[in-house]
Design a protein around this ligand. Structure first.
Ligand code: PGA
Length: 260
């Protein structure tokens, strides 16, 4: 695990965007796993800028989103379909048919989840997975107690997640209580993973995920088992890390680092 701490949210977003751009430049038909939420907004903004100003080309890229609320149609303003379209897809040159987001309105969820897993494999697997982290330590909607081997499935949201996400809805009662989410096992199969976190409300979950034991109570801790993970944090999200000095030292001494 590599821990990269930036002074600001903007710097954190730009450092993460460089990793995404590098993957696309090295493999123009890369398969990306994408996340929603407030955290990756800066990353998406930077990717849009790179597309418009530097010609970052998404025309052969395929994407798979992590999750979607059950019961929300694709055109619902709070759906993750809508979020992805507004905040990334409509601003870049990705073909519509290359975009995959779990359906919140499938007739048969079990069959849909199986199809989603198969489709990831058909497309060659995920080259780079982008993740946020919930205040309860979740990745995607893998709430505490989710099996670390779990696959794409229907999941009941935890109360903390419902409370955290209520800010996007008119009333708390409007927050869906079920979601379709990639499993922890699905996520761990990505060849490379980046997790982003900013803000003091993430500091405890971040510390538990990086420095705590691997546990289904903090599903992000499963990333400790993955061979190629980079964690991008701002100062606030990094504020509860015990080994902070060592992470900075590693970045300073990294071979090829301009600071070494
Ligand atoms: P946030 O959500 O980016 O809106 O904080 C992250 C998450 O719940 O995974």
């Amino acid at each position: 695990m590599e821990i990269i701490i930036s002074q600001t949210y903007e710097q954190m977003s730009k450092s993460a965007a460089k990793v995404v751009a590098e993957v696309i430049n090295q493999k123009p038909n890369a398969v990306l796993g994408l996340a929603t939420g407030s955290t990756p907004l800066g990353l998406y903004k930077e990717l849009i800028r790179m597309h418009k100003e530097e010609g970052l080309d998404f025309s052969h890229v395929t994407t798979f989103n992590l999750d979607e609320y059950v019961g929300l149609a694709a055109d619902h303003p709070q759906s993750y379909h809508y979020f992805m379209w507004e905040n990334l897809f409509k601003h870049i040159n990705i073909p519509r048919e290359n975009i995959h987001i779990p359906s919140g309105t499938a007739r048969n969820y079990r069959a849909f989840c199986q199809w989603y897993e198969e489709r990831i494999v058909q497309c060659g697997g995920i080259d780079l997975q982008v993740l946020g982290i919930g205040a309860d330590g979740h990745i995607a909607f893998n709430e505490p107690g989710s099996s670390l081997g779990s696959r794409t499935r229907l999941k009941t949201l935890a109360e903390q997640t419902i409370n955290d996400n209520a800010r996007f809805f008119e009333r708390k009662e409007d927050v869906p209580i079920y979601a379709i989410t990639m499993g922890v096992g699905t996520i761990l199969e990505a060849r490379e993973i980046i997790l982003l976190a900013n803000g003091a409300n993430k500091a405890e979950a971040v510390a538990a995920a990086i420095e705590g034991p691997v546990s289904s109570m903090i599903t992000a801790s499963a990333l400790q088992m993955h061979p190629h993970v980079q964690i991008f944090l701002d100062e606030e999200a990094a504020s509860k890390l015990k080994m902070r000095k060592y992470y900075d030292w590693i970045q300073e001494k990294k071979p090829g680092s301009p600071r070494s």
